[in-house]
Design a protein around this ligand. Structure first.
Ligand code: ACO
Length: 322
């Protein structure tokens, strides 16, 4: 039987770094507040002319090269993003042209911070049904462009960046073992951008930007993520004690620690980039994965558990042999 595995990884961060100290010059906040509540010290912010597609392309090229492939091998492109370059066409179809891949299915997936897990789950299903051999799965976000930079409740939490993997078909690799996706739309107003293409919540500029009830999001996130490992490992030969590395969505170090505690994983087994990248939404997992692989924190053969929670609410997890 055909299975999917991660053949290569890549990532990209914009050059400009904004520290907590920088933010405290224009906002009523402090490095101490931000670090103690979130674990975030700095974030990378895209330039005015740097788009989600530009960052996706950088990360994708590195992932394809890391897989030992050239772009013509790619036969499926999925980009997870909440901040697409255009309303349409999709970032994924733009990436097809930029990379010069063969003509193939290419589409964006919108599940906010859970977007990469959603995209990975979909790509795995294409591969298992022999409809793709080398899927390019990207998370890329310019969250900075949908932030109200005078709202200290939200703007300190997010950053920009991109991560990518090449998910390939194999008859011998164990690869992706199990993945589960969830959504519950009842919570939409706890974390959202009120104004949209077909709906105007109000004429206020703030309704064009992210709004969040932080402490309520926090509680639901922790409770859903704590249940997730049982849901993802159910029906597999694995339990949480076998996980070598947790690669969580990087929203908040306290959420990450709460999940690690539930899994009885010491922090040495947890990949954490939130201090340096902040919350890059759909980009955070592939970005953290690539950083950990390049730092030799993750090696071939490791059993990885990836999990994410985000607006919608959406959440999901994946168990895989790297
Ligand atoms: N600097 C200083 N003070 C601030 C700041 C800031 N940047 N932001 C908020 N505050 C103030 C608030 O105004 C509030 O003041 P008030 O009580 O006078 O009204 C107070 O701090 C709130 O403090 P706490 O209740 O201690 O905040 P909490 O411990 O809940 O931390 C946080 C807030 C960091 C937002 C937390 O709730 C959180 O991380 N929630 C999860 C949200 C999240 O990660 N969302 C991302 C998308 S979903 C996801 O990816 C998981």
């Amino acid at each position: 039987t055909t299975r999917s595995y991660i053949q290569g990884t890549g990532s990209y961060l914009p050059k400009t770094i904004v520290t907590n100290e920088d933010l405290s010059k224009t906002l009523d906040t402090s490095d101490e507040w931000i670090v103690s509540r979130t674990g975030i010290s700095q974030r990378h912010i895209a330039g005015d002319n740097e788009s989600t597609s530009d960052m996706a392309e950088h990360a994708a090229r590195l992932a394809i090269a890391d897989a030992g492939l050239t772009p013509d091998a790619i036969d499926l492109i999925i980009v997870a993003t909440t901040t697409p370059t255009h309303i349409f066409p999709s970032c994924a179809s733009g990436l097809q042209k930029r990379l010069g891949t063969q003509v193939c299915p290419a589409f964006d997936v919108q599940a906010v911070c859970s977007g990469f897990i959603y995209a990975l789950d979909i790509a795995d299903k294409y591969i298992k049904t022999n409809q793709a051999k080398h899927a390019l799965v990207v998370g890329s976000e310019t969250m900075s462009k949908i932030l109200n930079w005078s709202d200290r409740n939200t703007c300190v939490l997010f950053g920009d960046g991109a991560g990518a993997v090449v998910l390939s078909a194999s008859e011998s690799e164990e690869g992706l073992i199990s993945s589960k996706l969830y959504a519950d739309g009842a919570f939409k107003e706890l974390l959202w951008v009120p104004n949209g293409v077909s709906y105007q919540h109000s004429d206020e500029r703030i309704d064009d930007y992210i709004q969040m009830s932080g402490s309520e999001v926090f509680k639901v996130a922790v409770s859903k993520l704590r249940d997730l490992v049982e849901q993802v490992t159910a029906g597999t030969d694995y339990g949480s004690h076998q996980i070598d590395k947790l690669v969580p969505h990087q929203a908040n170090i306290r959420i990450i620690k709460a999940v690690a505690e539930k899994l009885h994983l010491p922090m040495e087994k947890v990949v954490s980039t939130v201090a340096l990248h902040a919350n890059t939404s759909a980009a955070s997992i592939p970005l953290a994965l690539d950083c950990a692989v390049k730092a030799k924190q993750i090696k071939r053969g490791d059993l990885l558990f990836m999990e994410a929670f985000g607006g919608g609410f959406t959440w999901g997890g994946a168990l895989l042999r790297f």
